[in-house]
Ligand binder design. Structure first.
Ligand code: ATR
Length: 277
């Protein structure tokens, strides 16, 4: 391969269904940048070896997906403040000195998607309900707090994990059974669980007691219309689907590796959606 081509990739296991190659390749073509972006399956026990190979082959960096988002932190020479607070890295830059810098752009993806889709929504002093307490929930809670949300309720099937997030970020815990108990004070609901995703169970969540102005967000994008999004549509509530988060988290990484800020266009959104469904 030509050495002038800037190389980046996504690593994970499984990684073959990742939409990141489609997104980055779309931008490389659109902006006529001499680069390539591929997907590399690296098993959990092979992370260090796999990353060393990327460094040796002159990669500019890589995205990180399941199951490496936490483990890759041990391999980074530097981790930025956001990624450190969240406890997960999804983007790594390999410097010319071969040093690794870890970042988390999921937060930016989540917030920017809402800003683009619902520009009228004001985060300041609002109350949020976050469903789930995994890695995605930590990024969402961090982003909501950083954007000015005042009170965040976290409800998770395994309550101990919700308590950990609450302790780390100053949230309030609701039991999974009580997840709609603060309906009347909630301005924004975010589903970060895998419920609603194709092949998973449906999220059982009754929107009846929530105000019709409550913003309903789902980070699941396969299918785009999860049962939560469908319920919000039926009640005439504002909603934000998950595909935009994926597109917006990719922008800062592209700029870091390829030196150009790419746009999330309607055409790209359409292509990513077609590939996701
Ligand atoms: P991610 O990094 O994408 O957040 P994760 O860490 O595996 O992924 O988290 C998945 C989330 O979906 C968790 O909050 C999980 O709840 P538990 O902590 O109790 O496992 C939630 N989840 C998955 N299946 C669920 C189910 N059937 N009912 C309720 N919550 C579920």
């Amino acid at each position: 391969m030509n050495n002038n081509i800037v190389k980046a990739c996504v690593i994970g296991d499984p990684v073959e269904h990742s939409l990141s190659p489609l997104i980055h390749t779309y931008w490389l073509n659109a902006y006529e940048i001499s680069g390539c972006y591929s997907a590399h399956a690296i098993a959990a026990g092979q992370l260090q070896k796999g990353v060393k190979k990327l460094i040796d082959e002159g990669y500019a960096g890589f995205n990180v997906t399941i199951p490496h988002k936490q483990a890759v932190m041990d391999l980074c020479d530097e981790i930025n403040e956001t990624a450190r607070s969240i406890g997960a890295v999804n983007t790594v830059i390999i410097g010319e000195d071969k040093k690794l810098t870890g970042m988390n752009t999921d937060v930016r993806g989540f917030i920017e998607n809402i800003l683009q889709e619902r520009p009228a929504f004001d985060f300041e002093d609002k109350t949020a309900l976050v469903l789930g307490a995994g890695g995605a929930a930590r990024a969402v809670v961090y982003g909501l707090k950083a954007s000015g949300v005042k009170i965040i309720y976290v409800a998770n099937r395994t309550e101990g994990k919700a308590q950990k997030i609450a302790a780390d970020f100053g949230c309030k815990v609701l039991s999974w059974a009580e997840r709609v108990s603060h309906a009347t004070d909630t301005d924004i609901i975010v589903n970060t669980t895998s419920l609603g995703m194709a092949g998973q169970g449906a999220l059982e969540f009754d929107l009846a007691d929530f105000s019709k102005d409550t913003l309903v967000c789902d980070i699941v994008y396969k299918p785009l219309d999860t049962n939560l999004i469908l319920a919000a549509k039926q009640r005439g509530m504002p909603y934000v689907t998950g595909i935009g988060m994926l597109l917006h988290q990719a922008q800062p990484a592209f700029q870091e590796w390829f030196g150009f800020w790419p746009e999330v266009t309607e055409d790209l959104k359409k292509k990513a959606l077609e590939a996701a469904q």
